[in-house]
Design a binder for this molecule. Structure first.
Ligand SMILES: [Zn+2]
Length: 474
């Protein structure tokens, strides 16, 4: 069986193979930061780390190109750590069990971390590459996936680059020139309880989930919304409810313990709805299932609040709200009902995105309105800025020419329905010549994540050619 380190281009895959062994969940990037600094030093680069943990390294220009603008290659060090419930894996110390499967690299039951491990490997490979280049800067940010705190706290003085190439998009052949802004809404409802009784544990499972930005248009089911429909239809009194995990992942599983008036009647209704779910989502989530178990429920949410909880979960939106009228096929506005959990309060997390500021205002006001109607308090998190497309960018012109020269066709110019760090970094350090590129990565942020090997080959060849063209043409 082919080993990852033997894939072509070796200069890139050997670094990816090392990265797989290094724990790097968001907010725990110490070891991977250490590793990239070692590689930079080994290649004689100047390297620093800022106080939030971002690593910055610089490589001198090839002779003759010293006066060209410095190009910053940017990627993020962290990865989303998600695994299937039945998989034993400790992300704080275990290596990702990646394997080659035809033209793909996948991981056994966990996220692979090709997002953005391939970007990191490409930066390290570029430190080593002898392709002719302008002065290069490498920016490795921390915590892209859970708040972009690395990008938000990046100080201008650390960055000398005038042109930025972000290596964190997921479709080879596309050049990204814009992204959505977004923000989270945290909804809180204090609860009171009454005595429970005999009841059911209901589990909604088997959904595909995925990234709440780039995969929201796929119409996949949200486990919390399905669970809410079950509870609504069986007249449930909730003992406990939880579902979802990260704000940027579409919930794959949700659970509730409930008391109902007639257990057999409730079971029958649940089975009917399960059949309806299987039919509604037969393409997007063919493995959707509902498990029921009889159980004792110690206490349930008091009657009036219980009704508010269920109706709020029914009323809160999820999915695509509007498609862009400017860029065909681009989701303009969406929201993800990302998480529900409870102790003595109910807590719901909604994550909204839009490429239009006023449309983001509108969806967040919709969420606030529904939550407040149900007597909840809403806290809105800080916004990350969008990145406004510029078709006249000099970098984009060169990037398009390089692509055409290599592959004999035009690249697709796109904007993404997710927050790229590019938006934040561009604003913080004042760079406006930016593009984002990457290999083909499917199902990022879920245990189905994979990267297409042949696209990594093309991506690397393109990146080297682009760096050379910038040196020669700028
Ligand atoms: Zn990423």
């Amino acid at each position: 069986m082919t080993e990852i380190k033997d894939l072509e281009p070796k200069i890139l895959w050997k670094y990816f193979d090392e990265i797989l062994k290094i724990p790097r969940c968001s907010k725990h990037e110490e070891k991977i930061a250490q590793y990239v600094m070692e590689v930079a030093k080994k290649h004689g680069l100047e390297v620093t780390q800022d106080k939030v943990g971002n690593v910055i390294a610089r490589k001198k220009a090839s002779p003759g190109y010293e006066n060209k603008p410095m190009v910053t290659l940017q990627c993020h060090l962290d990865m989303v750590c998600e695994k299937n419930k039945d998989v034993e894996h400790d992300f704080s110390k275990d290596a990702i069990k990646a394997y080659v499967d035809g033209d793909f690299v996948r991981a056994k039951g966990t996220t692979l971390g090709a997002d953005d491990g391939i970007g990191v490997a490409a930066c390290l490979a570029m430190m080593e590459s002898d392709v002719e280049h302008p002065p290069l800067e490498f920016l490795f940010t921390v915590d892209e996936e859970t708040g972009m705190t690395g990008a938000f706290n990046l100080e201008k003085e650390y960055i000398k680059g005038e042109v930025l190439i972000n290596l964190d998009s997921e479709e080879f052949g596309s050049i990204y020139i814009g992204c959505a802004g977004g923000a989270n809404s945290d909804i809180w409802l204090p609860l009171s309880f009454e005595e429970g009784g005999k009841g059911l544990k209901i589990s909604v499972k088997g959904l595909r989930g995925g990234h709440s930005g780039v995969e929201i248009h796929k119409g996949r089911a949200n486990s919390i919304k399905l669970l809410a429909r079950l509870l609504y239809n069986i007249g449930a009194r909730i003992g406990h409810i939880e579902g979802g995990d990260k704000f940027n992942a579409i919930p794959r599983e949700a659970f509730a313990t409930v008391v109902v008036e007639d257990i057999e009647e409730a079971k029958k209704k649940i089975r009917e709805l399960e059949e309806a779910f299987k039919d509604e989502y037969k393409r997007s989530d063919p493995d959707v299932k509902v498990e029921i178990e009889e159980t004792n429920v110690e206490k349930v949410i008091s009657k009036e609040l219980n009704e508010k909880v269920i109706k709020m979960l029914m009323g809160l939106p999820h999915g695509v709200i509007a498609m862009s009228q400017e860029v065909e096929g681009l989701v303009e506005t969406s929201t993800n009902l990302a998480k529900v959990e409870m102790d003595d309060k109910l807590h719901i997390v909604m994550s909204s995105r839009s490429s239009i500021d006023s449309a983001l205002d509108a969806i967040m006001q919709t969420i606030r309105s529904i939550a407040e109607l149900a007597g909840s308090k809403v806290e809105e998190g800080s916004r990350y800025p969008g990145w406004k497309p510029n078709r006249d960018s000099k970098l984009l012109k060169i990037a398009e020419e390089t692509f055409k020269k290599l592959y004999g066709k035009e690249p697709e110019i796109k904007a993404i329905h997710a927050g790229l760090e590019t938006g934040v970094i561009g604003r913080n350090v004042g760079i406006d010549e930016m593009i984002s590129i990457g290999p083909d990565i499917e199902h990022p942020h879920s245990p189905d994540e994979n990267v297409r090997i042949s696209s990594v080959q093309k991506f690397w060849k393109y990146l080297e050619a682009l760096i050379k063209d910038i040196a020669e043409k700028w």
